[in-house]
Design a binder for this molecule. Structure first.
Ligand SMILES: NC(=O)c1ccc[n+]([C@@H]2O[C@H](COP(=O)([O-])OP(=O)(O)OC[C@H]3O[C@@H](n4cnc5c(N)ncnc54)[C@H](OP(=O)(O)O)[C@@H]3O)[C@@H](O)[C@H]2O)c1
Length: 436
């Protein structure tokens, strides 16, 4: 192929970034690619003042790009899983390579799209779908290919990290910081997926597939959002030597997989504890290399476009001397992916932070600690605040030792039935990452 001809669908934040990179770095891209790489066609329902599209064919119907015989690779940047799924499916069926930044599409329909792409012998790439500008897909798929990967953990939603960082540093409430994140353009107009952990779960599923050679399963992770974390928990965590991050964690435990997304207390001494604001970080533990941490912008126009363009450059290089991209989408051909059982939520072991409000009376703490010790749960640390003036209640914070989730649930149920306990017990997981 003389030159790889590119069609971009969607001209929003990421689409405009891709066009700007092509406008500004055309020479550099061709030199680095050692092959022709031409942006020829843009599909966008409207213009975007942030980029100049005057050198390219422009269609208001994004499907025109798919139908264009002069387009070899379709870049899907419209988002969502309905029209985007149709667009990518039609592009593959038309024999075109596809690059996308769409984590929801890959997490939910990746298996079907990868199989289709393999059948059609076209490439499907999605470097930008996880952690924006951080090149983690290529690292897992190619750079660490000689390793057995045992764990991946990361801050993979910038909005969530921005909110938790602001709450911790400025003592602000969740709703207040979320409103600012929306005003700054970090959070979507509908921030549900950022807040409830769905966005991070989509990304974790992709990382886990690459790391462990398993099929994509969007429903696999145990998922908890950040809306239950309060400034009080962040304060207590700090006092205990931790910070709270919203983490996606994928671990291989023997022949089973543990996949979780939740707010997590991590020691302030860990490298990812210092990843603040909208930055993302992904930590990989692998047998030969040991631990590596990649940090950088997890979103934004140019950082995300940088990852989209890296896929395009890769394809340009490969397809300049081969008809077919030899790199399987998930590192191994899809019929060699192996389904591994998930560790049931109740059996996942871990250390827990508990916060409870109890009556300030003799014997109450003995009841609480008794309920834990009955189930063999030891207490690592305990903080008890004196009651505030005029109150008969005290706040107690407990760090447990490692315990299975189901066992802790049962102790908490019994605690919450005590008449001396007010409201519910707040619980957050603690990770030190010694075993990742
Ligand atoms: N933003 C980031 O930092 C970031 C980072 C990593 C990955 N991603 C992923 O990249 C993709 C694009 O995100 P974005 O932030 O660039 O979104 P965006 O700013 O909302 O832009 C989406 C673009 O697609 C167009 N579009 C949406 N639905 C369409 C439809 N049904 N038919 C035709 N055009 C349609 C929009 O047109 P209108 O303007 O007419 O609506 C707009 O041009 C998403 O999958 C997102 O998850 C984004």
């Amino acid at each position: 192929m003389a030159s790889l001809r590119i069609g971009v669908c969607g001209l929003g934040t990421v689409g405009s970034g891709v066009v700007n990179i092509f406008n500004d770095h055309r020479g550099l891209i061709e030199q680095r690619c050692n092959a022709g790489l031409q942006l020829v066609h843009i599909g966008a329902r409207r213009d975007n003042a942030d980029c100049d599209t005057s050198s390219y064919r422009l269609s208001r119907d994004v499907f025109e790009v798919v139908r264009d015989p002069d387009v070899d690779v379709v870049v899907e940047l419209i988002g969502g899983t309905t029209v985007a799924r149709d667009l990518v499916t039609q592009a593959i069926q038309a024999g075109k390579h596809v690059v996308t930044a769409n984590k929801a599409l890959i997490a939910e329909y990746g298996n079907e799209l990868i199989a289709l792409a393999e059948q059609a012998q076209v490439a499907l790439r999605f470097e930008a779908a996880v952690a924006g500008g951080i090149p983690i897909i290529k690292v897992l798929r190619e750079s660490l290919a000689a390793n057995v990967i045992t764990g991946v953990a990361g801050i993979i939603n910038g909005t969530g990290n921005f909110i938790l960082t602001e709450m911790a540093n400025a003592g602000r409430g969740f709703d207040d910081v979320l409103a600012e994140a929306q005003a700054l353009g970090y959070a979507e107009a509908d921030p549900t997926f950022d807040v409830d952990g769905t966005d991070a779960a989509h990304k974790l599923v992709i990382l886990a597939s690459l790391a462990f050679g398993i099929p994509l399963d969007a429903n696999a992770p145990v998922t908890e959002g950040i809306d239950t974390v309060t400034p009080a928990d962040l304060e207590f965590a700090k006092e205990l030597g931790f910070c709270v991050k919203h983490l996606g964690i994928a671990r291989r435990c023997g022949d089973a997989i543990d996949l979780r997304v939740h707010p997590t207390l991590i020691p302030t001494t860990r490298q990812i504890a210092r990843v603040d604001g909208v930055l993302n970080a992904v930590m990989v533990e692998a047998d030969a290399v040991g631990e590596i941490v990649l940090t950088g912008p997890g979103a934004g126009s140019l950082p995300t476009a940088s990852s989209v363009c890296s896929d395009l450059l890769d394809l340009g290089r490969v397809l300049s001397h081969s008809k077919v991209d030899p790199m399987p989408t998930l590192g191994v051909p899809s019929d060699e992916l192996q389904t591994l059982p998930l560790i049931p939520r109740d059996e996942v072991k871990g250390v827990w932070y508990l916060r409870l409000v109890v009556e300030d009376r003799p014997g109450v703490m003995a009841e609480i600690t008794g309920l834990l010790s009955e189930r063999g749960i030891s207490i690592e640390s305990l903080i008890q605040r004196p009651p505030t003036a005029g109150s008969s209640q005290v706040t107690v914070v407990i760090l447990t030792d490692s315990v299975a989730c189901g066992q802790l649930d049962s102790a908490i149920r019994n605690m919450e039935a005590l008449p001396t306990l007010s409201g519910s017990v707040v619980r957050l997981r603690v990770e030190s990452f010694q075993e990742v």
